[in-house]
Design a protein around this ligand. Structure first.
Ligand SMILES: [Fe+2]
Ligand SMILES: [Fe+2]
Length: 269
C-alpha cells in the first residue's frame, strides 16, 4: 500500500498536531506577525550553514504528522531526491536548506511560539493575515478562534489588501519560510535564482498552492510562482521516509554547491 501523507483525519483534539494548529490559528494575527517581523528580522546573528544544519538536528517539527525524525534528516531526504532526479544544483541546495529558518528556535521563546516546546510561530501551514481565513486551511473549524476574524477590517476576502495585488504584497503567518527568505534576501553573497527563493518563501502556503484560495488577491505573475512551488512540493512532501543520513557524509557533495550560491562565511540571521 502506498504511504499516505498529510493525514490529519485520525487526530484527536488532544493530539500535539491538533493543539499546534489550534494555538497557531488563535495567535497568528496581523498584529502578532508585524511584531515578529520587527523582532526577528535583525540579521545580526552570524551562523554558518553547516552549524545551522547541526542545530536543526535537535529539532523535531511538531506540526508534521508524517515524520518524527530530526528536521535535518527531512532536509537531506528532500535534497537527495532532487539530486537523484538530475535537477539543477541550485534546486538541490534549496531542498537542503528550505526548512533552515526553523533555527529561529535558537533565539526564540515559548511566548512567541518559536521554541522547542511551542512551535506555532515557526512551523505548520501558513495563511494570509489581514484578510479572512479560508476553509481550505487545515482544521478550518479553528478559523473562528482568530481575533482578526472578528474585526471588520480584516475579516473580508481581501481585508487590508487591494484586489489583484499579488502574492508578494501579502503578509503571511509568521514562520520558517519567510524567516529564511528574508535572511537570504539580506545575505550579500546569495545568488540563488528567483525560482529557488520562491520555493523557500511559499512552500508552507498550502491554502494557496494546494487549496486554491485567495484568487482575488493574486496577479498574473503568481501563476509562475505556483508552477515553481508545485515542482518543489513533491520533493518536500513525498520524500519523507525513515532513511537516515549522516550529515558529515553528505556535506562533501553539497558544500561546493552551497559556496557557489551562498558564498563563504556565515549567514546573518
Ligand atoms: Fe518547511
Ligand atoms: Fe520541508
Amino acid at each position: 500500500m502506498e504511504k499516505e501523507f498529510r493525514n490529519y483525519k485520525e487526530l484527536s483534539l488532544q493530539d500535539a498536531v491538533t493543539q499546534h494548529y489550534l494555538k497557531m490559528r488563535k495567535n497568528q494575527t496581523l498584529d502578532y506577525v508585524l511584531r515578529m517581523r520587527e523582532k526577528y528580522l535583525t540579521f545580526d546573528k552570524p551562523l554558518g550553514l553547516w552549524e545551522a544544519m547541526t542545530e536543526l538536528n535537535k529539532l523535531i517539527d511538531v506540526s508534521d504528522p508524517d515524520l518524527d525524525l530530526p528536521n535535518v534528516q527531512h532536509l537531506i531526504q528532500s535534497a537527495e531526491a532532487i539530486r537523484k532526479d538530475g535537477r539543477p544544483d541550485w534546486m538541490q541546495l534549496v531542498g537542503l536548506i528550505h526548512d533552515l529558518g526553523k533555527v529561529m528556535f535558537l533565539w526564540g521563546c515559548d511566548e512567541d511560539g518559536t521554541s522547542q516546546d511551542e512551535q506555532w510561530g515557526m512551523v505548520g501551514d501558513v495563511f494570509v493575515v489581514g484578510c479572512a481565513l479560508p476553509d481550505s486551511c487545515i482544521f478550518p473549524e479553528f478559523n473562528e478562534l482568530n481575533p482578526d476574524m472578528h474585526n471588520e477590517r480584516t475579516n473580508t476576502s481581501t481585508g487590508i489588501y487591494k484586489n489583484g495585488c499579488g502574492l508578494d504584497e501579502l503578509t503571511l503567518a509568521w514562520g520558517h519560510d519567510e524567516y529564511l527568505y528574508q535572511v537570504l534576501t539580506h545575505h550579500p553573497n546569495n545568488t540563488l535564482p528567483k525560482a529557488g527563493m520562491i520555493m523557500i518563501r511559499y512552500h508552507s502556503f498550502y491554502p494557496w498552492h494546494t487549496g486554491g484560495s485567495y484568487q482575488e488577491l493574486l496577479e498574473p505573475g503568481d501563476t509562475q510562482y505556483l508552477e515553481w512551488i508545485k515542482d518543489f512540493n513533491r520533493y518536500d512532501l513525498y520524500t519523507k521516509s525513515s532513511q537516515l543520513y549522516d550529515l558529515d557524509e553528505i556535506k562533501a557533495y553539497y558544500d561546493p554547491i552551497a559556496k557557489k550560491y551562498l558564498g563563504e562565511g556565515p549567514i546573518y540571521w
